[in-house]
Design a protein around this ligand. Structure first.
Ligand code: SF4
Length: 302
């Protein structure tokens, strides 16, 4: 089947199976096109609570499907490719988190949602890149362990200097490759453009950005700058498609070095089609882990 035939069949299957497709902003353009809702991980988690359909297909990486499953234990959650993992989440295996908890007994553990369900069950509260500053600021304890992303943690530390934050030494293998020279060249070629960088980018990239935004916040940033016609986007390239679709009258530029998350791009139309036909692959979090992980997510959402 060609792309259009696959899109038509998926749309037909969606109705037939009463399925809902939830996709992340980093998904392939054709996946974003067939999705019912496209957002960042906070948007996906919040939206998942209002979905009435029995079958939810998560087009994103594995921890996102786990989060949706934790929030919707009575629904069938599927992911089209179980190998779509997140290398950043893999930086924090649960055994290591338990070891750190013993090492830092009087610290509050804040985990970025890019972590496994087991890790979410082990920490005190979750956060996303959109709300990390707020969450850390509101935690009553002044001593925090922030995991697993050191760049996001460092960004939070700058905004919440009154707290002592111990950083977990993890990073996103995609954002870590953001190329300073390539961004500076693009800025020079487009002097009126505003630069938006994701907080998972290294510090030197954050320093030259006009806005440090989660992917959801990038949408808001563009809406708040109606006079600006050009934006340089320093994050995974799926976001450029999502922005261009929402703001067709603006120009979104990638620096010459393209940032691609190979794991996000594992989800293809063909795999989505097969997942709907066979209702695979089911993602279900064990009850004991789900209940504890849910508490960390609920505290964040509250
Ligand atoms: S872009 Fe980075 S943090 Fe996001 S899924 Fe890919 S590896 Fe994980």
């Amino acid at each position: 089947m060609d792309i259009q035939q696959l899109k038509d069949t998926i749309s037909h299957l969606k109705k037939e199976k009463n399925a809902y497709i939830l996709a992340h902003n980093y998904q392939l353009p054709e996946i974003q096109d067939v999705a019912d809702y496209v957002a960042d991980s906070l948007g996906m988690a919040k939206h998942a609570l209002s979905i009435q359909n029995d079958l939810i297909v998560v087009c994103g990486v594995y921890f996102m499907a786990e989060t949706v499953s934790i929030l919707n234990p009575d629904k069938r959650i599927i992911i089209p490719d179980t190998n779509a993992g997140c290398p950043l989440a893999n930086f924090a295996p649960v055994e290591e988190v338990r070891r750190w908890r013993k090492q830092y007994p009087d610290y509050t553990f804040v985990a970025y949602v890019n972590s496994s369900a087991e890790v979410k069950a082990e920490v005190d509260i979750c956060c996303t890149s959109a709300n990390a500053i707020d969450i850390v600021r509101r935690v009553p304890n002044n001593k925090i362990v922030f995991l697993p992303d050191k760049n996001l943690g460092r960004y939070v530390q700058k905004h919440v200097p009154e707290k002592e934050i111990v950083l977990w030494p993890g990073f996103c293998v995609v954002h870590e490759t953001a190329d300073l020279e390539a961004i500076l060249r693009t800025k020079e070629a487009h002097p009126r453009a505003l630069t938006m960088a994701h907080p998972e980018c290294p510090e030197e990239i954050q320093e030259i950005a006009d806005g440090i935004c989660s992917t959801g916040q990038m949408m808001d940033f563009v809406a708040k700058h109606p006079e600006t016609r050009e934006f340089i986007i320093v994050t995974e390239w799926g976001m450029v498609y999502a922005l261009q679709k929402k703001f067709p009258d603006r120009l979104f530029l990638e620096p010459s070095h393209r940032m691609e998350c190979k794991n996000m791009k594992r989800i293809t139309l063909q795999k989505l089609h097969d997942a709907l036909v066979e209702e695979k692959f089911i993602v279900k979090v064990a009850d004991d882990i789900r209940e504890k992980a849910r508490q960390s997510i609920d505290k964040m959402l509250a």
